[in-house]
Design a protein around this ligand. Structure first.
Ligand code: PLP
Length: 395
C-alpha cells in the first residue's frame, strides 16, 4: 500500500469498537485481569506487547505507534512524551559508561546539550564529527564506539549526510546508527532503507502538524528493538493519551499537508534566492545546493524548513529586528512543522565544535531560519517583501 493509504488506515480497527472510526482514548493505569492465569501470563509478556499496565501502552498509544511504523518502516515504534526524549532515550539505551559515541556537528542543539551533560557525566566519551564526513567516519571509529548519531539535513545548517556510507562503516565497526529523522518526517525519508538502526522523530513537528502538542517516537529495527524496549520500560517513560489522540488526527492528513509544505517552501526559497538582501538560500531541494545530489538520491521529498544567509550589510541585529518585529503572518518562535509560518534569526557557530560555520563554500552573514506553513504563498511573499523593505531602510 502507498503512504497516503497507510496514513489514513494504519492503526485503526473500527469494528473492534462498535464501528467507531478512530481508536478510543484510553485513560488507564490499572488493567484488570479476569483470572489468576491471565495475570501470571501478563507478567511474563514483554512490556509493550499487549495492554498490561498504563505505563506500557494502551490501544490508544499502540494505534499511533502502528501508524508511524507503517510509514517510517522498521520493526516497531514506541511513543515518547517529547521529541527530545526520542533523541535522549536511544542514547541511554545503546551507549554505556566507558563507550565512545560519534555525534554529527549539525545535531539538534538540545541533543548536543544532553550529550555534553548527562552522557559525559555518565563517563561516555562524546565526539562530534563533520556532518559531511561520509566514508571518512571509519577513521574515527574506535573499538568502544557504540553509537553513530546522524541527522540529515542538519538542524539550522541543513547539510545532507551520506547516511548509507556512514552506516556501512559504523556497522563494520559494530556501532548502532541512530538518526534524528524529524526534518523529512516518516514520509520523505525512509531511514531503514539507508542502513539506520533506530530513528527518532519529533512528532511535535509535521506528524502532529498543528502546534498544539509535544511528542516523540522511536522506531527500531527488529535486531535493535529489545535494547530500546528495556530502556523504555526501565525509565517508565510514556505519553499522555489525549496528546496521542491529537497526534493521531495529525498523521491522518500528513500526506496531504507535506506536498503543500514542500511546494510552498520551494516557491518561497526560489523567491528568496532572487532578493538583493539575501546572499544565499540553504535548501537541499534547490538545484545547486551542496547537498542536492544526495538529497535527490535518498529523499522522497522536502519539508518546508530551511534557512537563508543575509548580505553583510543586513546582518546586524537592528536591521533584522526591523524586519522581524513587524511581520504580519510570520511568527517568531521555536519549533516548526505546524500549519503556520515562522521566521527566526539563528546563530549556527554557537552549536559547532568539530567544524567551522560557514562550511561547504557558504557565504558569511546573519542566518535566518524559515518555516513555510499552509497560508497562501502570495500573502507570505507580501509579508516578506514588506519586511525586507523595513530592513533596507535600516541596513
Ligand atoms: C524539535 C526537534 C526535536 C525535539 O522535539 P520536541 O518535541 O520539541 O522536544 C528534535 N529534533 C529535531 C531535529 C527537532 O527539530
Amino acid at each position: 500500500m502507498k503512504d497516503g493509504t497507510k496514513a489514513t488506515h494504519a492503526g485503526r480497527r473500527p469494528m473492534d469498537y462498535d464501528g467507531v472510526v478512530n481508536p478510543p482514548v484510553m485513560h488507564a493505569s490499572t488493567i484488570l485481569y479476569p483470572t489468576y492465569k491471565d495475570l501470571q501470563q501478563s507478567r511474563v509478556a514483554r512490556a509493550g506487547d499487549g495492554v498490561t499496565y498504563g505505563v506500557h501502552g494502551t490501544e490508544t498509544t499502540f494505534a499511533l505507534e502502528t501508524a508511524i511504523q507503517a510509514l517510517e518502516g522498521g520493526y516497531r515504534t514506541r511513543l515518547q512524551p517529547s521529541g527530545l526524549v526520542a533523541c535522549t532515550l536511544p542514547l541511554l539505551a545503546y551507549a554505556s559508561s566507558g563507550d565512545h559515541v560519534l555525534i554529527t556537528d549539525s545535531a539538534y542543539g538540545p541533543t548536543r546539550a544532553f550529550c555534553n551533560g548527562m552522557l559525559t557525566r555518565m563517563g561516555i566519551d562524546v565526539e562530534y564529527y563533520d556532518p559531511l564526513i561520509g566514508g571518512g567516519i571509519k577513521d574515527l571509529m574506535r573499538s568502544n564506539t557504540s553509537v553513530v548519531w546522524v541527522e540529515s539535513p542538519g538542524s539550522w545548517t541543513f547539510e545532507v549526510q551520506d547516511i548509507p556510507t556512514i552506516a556501512e562503516k559504523a556497522h563494520k565497526a559494530g556501532a548502532t546508527v541512530i538518526m534524528d529523522n524529524t526534518w523529512a518526517s516518516p514520509l520523505y525519508y525512509k531511514p531503514f532503507e539507508h542502513g539506520v538502526d533506530v530513528s527518532a522523530q519529533a512528532v511535535t513537528k509535521y506528524i502532529s502538524g498543528h502546534s498544539d502538542l509535544v511528542m516523540g517516537s522511536v522506531t527500531c529495527t527488529e535486531a535493535s528493538y529489545d535494547k530500546f524496549q528495556q530502556a523504555q520500560t526501565q525509565t517508565g517513560i510514556c505519553p499522555s493519551p489525549d496528546d496521542v489522540y491529537l497526534a493521531m488526527r495529525g498523521i491522518r492528513t500528513i500526506h496531504v499537508r507535506l506536498p503543500h509544505h514542500m511546494q510552498a517552501g520551494l516557491q518561497v526559497a526560489e523567491w528568496l534566492s532572487n532578493r538583493e538582501e539575501v546572499a544565499e538560500v540553504i535548501h537541499p531541494a534547490l538545484p545547486g545546493d551542496p547537498g542536492h545530489e544526495i538529497w535527490k538520491r535518498d529523499f522522497l521529498g522536502a519539508s518546508s524548513l530551511f534557512a537563508f544567509i543575509l548580505k553583510p550589510e543586513y546582518s546586524n541585529p537592528v536591521a533584522q529586528a526591523a524586519m522581524l518585529d513587524e511581520m504580519k503572518l510570520f511568527g517568531m518562535g521555536f519549533s516548526w512543522g505546524g500549519f503556520e509560518s515562522l521566521l527566526i534569526p539563528i546563530d549556527p557557530p554557537k552549536l559547532r565544535t568539530a567544524t567551522k560555520w560557514p562550511n561547504n563554500g557558504r557565504a558569511e552573514g546573519g542566518v535566518m531560519r524559515i518555516h513555510i506553513g499552509l497560508e497562501d504563498v502570495a500573502d507570505l511573499l507580501d509579508d516578506l517583501d514588506e519586511g525586507f523593505a523595513r530592513m533596507r531602510k535600516i541596513g
